[in-house]
Design a protein around this ligand. Structure first.
Ligand code: IMP
Ligand code: MG
Length: 172
C-alpha cells in the first residue's frame, strides 16, 4: 500500500481562501452556525473558520462511520448530536468527503427537522460521480475521482489524518 499525493497544502490553502470569501459575501450581516461532521472535517473546519472573517458559531456532529473498512454500510445514525438550537439560524454543514452522499443526505434531513432559516453544504471533497448524479454541494473544495483518499483530517482506519496534503491510497 502506498500514498500518492493528489492535492497539495498550497492548493488547499488557495481554494479555502476562495471558499471563505464566498461564504463571507453570502452571509454578510448574519451569524452562521458551522456544523462540522467529525472526525474527518475537523482540520478543514479549523482552517476555514479562521478565514471567513465573520462572527460565527460552531458545533459538532458525529454520524456512524465506515468503521475500519473502506466501503459504506448504508445505514447512517447520529452518534453525537449538536447542542446548539439551530431553529431560525443559518446553518452550514461542513464535511470532509461526499462519497455516496448517503451520510450527508441523512444529516441534511436530521438538521432540517430543527427548522433552520437555511441549510447549505460545504465539503472539502466530493466524488465526480455524486456531483453528476445531482447532489448539490453549495461550497465545494475539489471534486475527486474514485480511489480512497486520506490526509488533511481524512483517515483510513484512523491513520493518516495528520498529513498536511491529500493523498490517494494505491494498492501495489
Ligand atoms: P458517504 O455517505 O458514502 O457519502 O460517505 C461519507 C463519509 O465516508 C465521508 O464523510 C467520509 O468520512 C467517509 N469516506 C468516504 N470516502 C472516503 C475516502 O475516500 N477516504 C476516507 N473516508 C471516506
Ligand atoms: Mg465523514
Amino acid at each position: 500500500m502506498s500514498l500518492r499525493r493528489i492535492i497539495s497544502r498550497g492548493q488547499i490553502r488557495r481554494r479555502l481562501k476562495e471558499l471563505a470569501a464566498n461564504i463571507r459575501a453570502d452571509y454578510s450581516g448574519q451569524r452562521p452556525v458551522f456544523v462540522c461532521v467529525l472526525k474527518g472535517a475537523f482540520v478543514f473546519l479549523a482552517d476555514l473558520v479562521r478565514q471567513v472573517d465573520l462572527p460565527l458559531e460552531m458545533d459538532f456532529i458525529v454520524a456512524s462511520s465506515y468503521g475500519m473498512g473502506k466501503t459504506s454500510k448504508g445505514q447512517i445514525t447520529v452518534l453525537k448530536d449538536i447542542t446548539t438550537d439551530i431553529s431560525g439560524r443559518h446553518v452550514i454543514l461542513v464535511d470532509d468527503i461526499i462519497d455516496s452522499g448517503l451520510t450527508i443526505q441523512h444529516l441534511r434531513e436530521h438538521l432540517t427537522n430543527r427548522r433552520p432559516a437555511s441549510l447549505r453544504l460545504c465539503a472539502l471533497l466530493a466524488r465526480e460521480r455524486v456531483l453528476e448524479s445531482g447532489t448539490v454541494v453549495e461550497y465545494l473544495g475539489f471534486s475527486v475521482p474514485e480511489g480512497f483518499v486520506v490526509g488533511y483530517g481524512i483517515d483510513y482506519a484512523e491513520q493518516h489524518r495528520e498529513l498536511p496534503d491529500i493523498y490517494v491510497i494505491e494498492d501495489e
